[in-house]
Design a binder for this molecule. Structure first.
Ligand SMILES: [Zn+2]
Length: 229
């Protein structure tokens, strides 16, 4: 399934999920948007949207060349070779960072995170671990740790970003189980029987009309309906 379709489905799931979990807060969202991003609530809303976007795209980090792989790794995220060489180089740079650069906030931790992501991109098989419940759990642990760091740095709404990420990630796996390649939801490393791909009887081809038009418009329709009601 294409990245844009995943993002559209992720936002539709987040709007629907938000209404089920906390219906009243979502009713005010159009008004909150009008308040502009200068308000703290506006910034929180933008951060929640970024969390949904990241969650919706994160599973495809196992595929060099995907939108998020290129957004995070730049030219290093294009192929498995560039990701491997780039990942090792960034990890080396992070540990050997000159003292004069170390005061730049988050530079070292940023290099470490991007380096690790690039190495995972080079090593992982597409639609393997990242498209499973185990992968989702591991990603949630990593995101939870990152949000705790933000919380300790004074970003008070950091805790509210976890659920949007989780919904985006879960929606990605469910959506890919409706494609002809399918997913292995109970994937475990070194256990081939658990790595067999499975898809729903009704499934579509990535890049087809159903993927690019039908699903995207359907998701957009649900988002609009979610905001209006
Ligand atoms: Zn995927």
């Amino acid at each position: 399934m294409t990245g844009k379709t995943h993002v559209a489905i992720g936002f539709a799931a987040a709007v629907a999920g938000g209404r089920l979990i906390q219906p009243t807060s979502f009713e005010n969202y159009p008004n909150l948007l009008l308040e502009g991003l200068s308000s703290r609530v506006g910034i929180q809303l933008l951060a929640m949207a970024i969390a949904v976007w990241l969650g919706s795209m994160a599973p495809d980090l196992d595929q060099p060349g995907s939108t998020l792989s290129r957004n995070i790794g730049g030219p290093l995220g294009r192929t498995k070779t560039t990701a491997f060489v780039g990942g090792l180089s960034l990890l080396y740079l992070a540990t050997r960072l000159p003292v004069m650069l170390s005061p730049i906030p988050y530079l070292q931790v940023g290099l470490l995170i991007i380096g690790c992501i690039l190495l995972l991109m080079a090593i992982l098989k597409h639609r393997g671990l990242t498209h499973s419940l185990l992968g989702m759990g591991l990603a949630c642990v990593a995101v939870h740790w990152g949000l705790l760091v933000l919380l300790s740095d004074g970003v008070s709404f950091a805790a509210s970003l976890f659920l949007p990420f989780l919904i985006g990630y879960g929606a990605h796996i469910v959506a890919d189980s409706f494609t002809n390649s399918g997913v292995a939801p109970f994937y475990l490393p070194f256990m081939p029987k658990t790595q067999k791909h499975w898809h729903f009887p009704l499934h579509i081809r990535t890049g087809s009309f159903a993927d690019k038009v039908v699903l995207r418009s359907g998701a957009l329709f649900l988002i609009i309906v979610g905001f209006l009601h």
